[in-house]
Design a protein around this ligand. Structure first.
Ligand code: GLN
Ligand code: ZN
Length: 783
């Protein structure tokens, strides 16, 4: 500790009397795993296909870790994270670390840890994978631990100690990062066979000794600090859960043989969990100070600060792509200096959620590229701010001036300030976001116009995105075919999709979305204000990476985006073809959005651009228009207190998108989840004429919920689970429909799959939709 003047506490937790030193350190909570050329993805997928040996995979991975640590050290970080690297997911790694391998995977894991690991992640013929779900309000997915009263934990610190030793061998200071025990348990679900109401948190007393063992192993391997991530303490928690967190860190803090402990939270403010953690004998806390989490600052002051503790201040937004505002961060850091024993600088959360290097983006206007900070740039920002904090702002004068200039150029840019867009959003009235006619009048007009049977059948939009279609897009990009040839290919696909739907007897058809690479990217490429990256990959789950567009400026729509293909599809049939758009909330949720104006403002701009598309579709004769909002629920703020505000602007943006049409134009929306009880009011507020929802897996419970809520309009709870290749039988679908009819009348109950069909193959889709329409006919006959 002698070389580290800020280290005022020794490993046993006793505070020494060295005066507070001012050496602020720079660190990060985690780094992108994939490598600059997505080497990790390639190696892992190669391993799955038998083309890469386990040894070669391990070598690639170790090389990537080394390169990342070197890059971080060169950028000026003082303390580097270890153990955040993963072959698939860090929560799954934690499951391995605590020995909570589900029974059904145990033999595989014992036979071969690597294959067993991937079996847990991806499943095998014999054993289903662990369930996957979203990591808080990010687009990263983790594998849900399965725990029950029978679970026996056993420490396996090998991955953590191994990676720590690798980093230490490079001569750098390293800090292992672990998922904390409370978060691990709060993210778990009852194992198959455990009582449904089993609470994994009740296993805390059994889990803590395992963490104690891992901590001792890490200390023995050379760790001075270990970080325990507890983001699950950020959402609203019960007294019991908070008390458990307090117990956990009193117990771990009381251990004799352990490294210093840094408990990290991120993605929002801690509120009532802050004093709980502050009172425990851990040596440090890492807190988020970005966005709404800036409230941590006042809360910290109110709680009397963190006397005797280290504070790692997350002043750099770890999950968005914009450069930091150095002047503002220096002010925050300056205030924090008075509130803790030592203050270090970091991004708010792991850099896993941002792309690797903005410097690799050659297609973005260099002026605009200066506003961007990906992982590499954020790392350098942390180093700069730490230097400013230790040595005074004079020491970073050049950086401060350059930062000020970049921020000023962003603020003054025509890209971020389009007068026409601004004037239009400012002029939006309450009436613009309301349909001109009440639902009762709309439904009558729509019935007359559409003449649909009871239990009308439709799909959610996309049809199989075949290899041929993807190849055609790749050929177009590579210049192997021209635009006209590509369009002929798309037109042919639309003809096939339309004629199939007619044969299958569907009532409301779709064009199949063959021209869309992705439901957000397609629109982002056509809207002014959005940027596309070339290398901006971000891990979604496992080896799946996405490249979210960046909404950088004021959004407008230079030209119609979907009218032509919709019109073409309509020209092929007398049945109504549904126009298909991605809604404003989803356009924001699956992009990086501006941080220089409220999300509500950006949503309004996107909504107005989409509104023009909706109106043009209507003018082109489209009688049914679907605006998908699968992300409405997932961007729900973690803190309940913030939800009404979010839902107000989110639903307004949807209504603004859809309210410019006549009463006889039918507006549909779609959401891909079954747990929506908590946003039923908001769904109602969308005022869509028809909503389709995922329901096949929850056996039509959705219909009961809608009925209990007296959902007044039309709904299509999915009757075909598109997440698996399985073909649902006509009898099975009919049974679901009969159940649905106990909740909703036949003229308000739609018949449709759970979601789009793009990931399915044609043979299953043909068979499934034939069964779906057959079931609708059967049940209609019983009415
Ligand atoms: N219309 C889109 C499709 O069918 C909806 C996808 C989604 O909800 N995620 O693919
Ligand atoms: Zn969906």
């Amino acid at each position: 500790a002698a070389s580290d003047p800020q280290d005022a506490t020794d490993t046993t937790g006793t505070t020494d009397t060295t005066p507070r030193a001012s050496t602020a350190r720079a660190t990060v909570h985690g780094y992108p795993r994939q490598g600059p050329g997505r080497e990790l993805k390639k190696a892992i997928e190669g391993y799955w296909r038998g083309r890469v040996s386990a040894e070669a995979l391990h070598t690639t991975a170790a090389g990537l870790r080394r390169a990342n640590w070197r890059a971080m050290a060169e950028a000026g970080l003082d303390e580097l994270p270890t153990g955040d690297f993963s072959y698939y997911d860090h929560v799954l790694d934690t499951t391995v670390m605590v020995g909570a391998v589900p029974e059904r995977h145990r033999a595989a894991v014992e036979a071969d840890p690597l294959d067993g690991y991937f079996a847990m992640a991806r499943g095998t013929q014999e054993a289903a994978p662990l369930e996957m779900t979203k990591w808080f309000d990010t687009n990263y997915h983790y594998l849900v631990p399965e725990l029950g009263p029978e679970t026996v934990f056993r420490a396996d610190s090998g991955k953590q100690t191994g990676e720590l030793k690798e980093a230490l061998a490079l001569g750098v200071e390293a800090r292992p990062v672990l998922v904390g025990p409370v978060t691990y348990l709060l993210l778990a679900k009852p194992a198959p066979g455990a009582p449904e109401d089993f609470e994994p948190l009740t296993l805390l007393e059994r889990l803590l000794p395992v963490y104690a063992e891992v901590l001792a192993d890490l200390r023995a391997a050379g760790a001075r600090w270990v970080q325990l991530d507890e983001p699950a303490l950020v959402p609203d928690r019960t007294h019991g859960q908070l008390a458990a967190a307090g117990r956990a860190y009193r117990e771990l803090g009381g251990l004799a043989d352990r490294p210093r402990l840094l408990v990290a939270s991120y993605f929002d403010r801690l509120e009532e969990a802050l004093p709980v953690l502050a009172k425990t004998p851990v040596e440090g806390l890492a807190l988020d100070f970005t966005g709404p989490a800036a409230a941590n600052l006042d809360a910290l002051a109110a709680a009397g600060g963190l006397p005797g503790k280290r504070l790692v201040a997350g002043v750099i937004d770890g999950r968005n792509v914009w450069i930091n505002d150095y002047a503002r961060s220096m002010t925050t850091l300056g205030t924090l200096l008075g509130l803790a024993d030592r203050v270090d600088v970091a991004p708010s959360c792991s850099l896993l959620h941002v792309p690797l290097d903005a410097g690799a983006e050659r297609d973005i206007d260099p002026q605009v590229a200066r506003w961007l900070a990906f992982a590499a740039q954020k790392t350098a920002e942390a180093a700069t701010l730490a230097r400013g904090l230790s040595q005074g702002t004079g020491a970073i004068g050049g950086e401060l001036a350059a930062n000020r200039a970049d921020l000023a150029s962003r603020a003054a840019s025509p890209l971020t300030h389009d007068a026409a867009v601004r004037a239009r959003t400012a002029a939006v009235t309450e009436a613009d976001a309301r349909r001109s006619a009440p639902y009762a009048r709309r439904t009558a007009a729509q019935r007359t116009r559409l003449g649909l049977p009871p239990l009308p059948t439709t799909t959610i939009g996309s049809f199989p995105q075949t290899g041929e279609l993807r190849a055609a897009r790749a050929d177009l990009r590579a210049g192997r075919i021209d635009e006209a040839a590509y369009e002929r290919r798309i037109a042919a696909e639309i003809r096939e999709v339309v004629s199939f739907q007619e044969e299958a007897g569907l009532d409301v058809l779709v064009h199949g979305e063959p021209e869309r690479n992705d439901m957000v990217q397609y629109f982002a490429e056509r809207l002014t204000g959005y940027l596309a990256t070339r290398h901006g990959w971000v891990q979604s789950y496992g080896t799946r990476y996405v490249r979210p567009p960046i909404c950088a400026g004021d959004v407008s729509r230079p030209q119609p985006m979907t009218v032509r293909w919709t019109q073409y599809a309509q020209s092929l049939t007398t049945r109504p073809v549904k126009g298909m758009l991605t809604g404003p909330v989803t356009m924001l949720a699956w992009s990086f959005v501006r941080d220089d104006q409220p999300a509500a403002e950006t949503a309004r701009q996107v909504a107005l651009a989409l509104r023009d598309e909706v109106c043009e579709l209507e003018a082109a004769g489209t009688a049914v228009i679907q605006v998908d909002e699968p992300a409405l629920r997932e961007t729900l703020p973690l803190r309940a207190a913030d939800r009404p505000g979010y839902l107000a602007w989110a639903t307004e943006a949807f209504r603004l998108t859809t309210s410019g049409v006549r009463a006889d134009t039918q507006i549909h929306t779609h959401m891909c989840y079954a747990e929506f009880g908590d946003i039923l009011r908001a769904i109602d507020d969308l005022d869509a004429d028809v909503i389709s929802l995922e329901a096949a897996r929850s056996r039509m419970q959705v219909a009961d919920e809608l009925a209990a809520h007296r959902y007044p309009r039309e709904a299509g709870p999915g009757v075909y689970d598109i997440h698996a290749p399985r073909v649902p039988g006509a009898d099975e679908v009919a049974a679901l429909l009969r159940k649905g009819l106990t909740a909703l009348p036949a003229d308000r109950l739609w018949v449709n799959p759970d979601c789009g069909l793009k990931t399915r193959g044609w043979p299953e889709v043909r068979a499934s939709l034939a069964n779906l329409t057959a079931a609708a006919r059967t049940v209609r006959g019983e009415l």
